[in-house]
Design a protein around this ligand. Structure first.
Ligand code: UDP
Ligand code: MG
Length: 155
């Protein structure tokens, strides 16, 4: 099973979309391995968005990500990184396909509802950035044999 990091951005919190999006992840069969509410600060955002610090929109992105508390979540599942990125959709909500979270809820390139890790290296670093080891729970819901075939379950 693979772990990935999701952030419910202020655009999800302020617009009351948390329950709807969480339901989608649960319906898909993803396991919630960790979840908490927190206020992000400039230090953690400069690390998290280090690939964007030189962009002209970075100050606005910082402001947007600190506009309210966020909910950070570690989701676990088979190929969870790719599955969650597919469910998330393209960065720009106006280009994200209908049926994706951004395609259904976002109309912006910045206010795009959630963050999702993009590759295994990022997922590992991001889960460690936002969660202490004891905040990640190694548990297997009883429904897992009905989410995956026996061949697909590693643990
Ligand atoms: N972003 C923005 N303007 C842009 C590109 C990105 O405000 O032109 C923001 C947007 O909120 C995006 C985040 O920066 O989700 C991270 O950008 P990235 O390219 O990593 O996109 P993502 O992985 O979130 O799809
Ligand atoms: Mg990204």
């Amino acid at each position: 099973m693979e772990k990935t990091l999701v952030i419910f951005k202020p655009s999800a919190i302020e617009r009351g979309l948390v329950g709807n999006i969480l339901t989608r992840f649960q319906q898909k069969g993803l396991i919630i391995a960790g979840m908490k509410m927190m206020m992000l600060d400039e230090k953690i955002l400069r690390e998290h968005y280090s690939h964007l610090v030189d962009k002209s929109f970075f100050p606005l992105l910082l402001k947007s990500m600190m506009a309210s508390p966020v909910i950070v979540m570690c989701l676990e599942g088979k190929d969870a990184i790719n599955v969650v990125r597919l469910m998330t959709g393209a960065t720009n909500g106006r280009e994200a396909l209908p049926g994706t979270i951004r395609g259904d809820f976002a109309s912006s390139n910045q206010e795009n509802i959630i963050h999702a890790s993009s590759c295994p290296e990022d997922a590992k670093a991001e889960v460690a950035r936002f969660f202490k080891p004891e905040e990640i729970f190694d548990w297997v819901p009883v429904n897992i044999p009905f989410v995956y075939s026996a061949l697909e379950i590693e643990k």
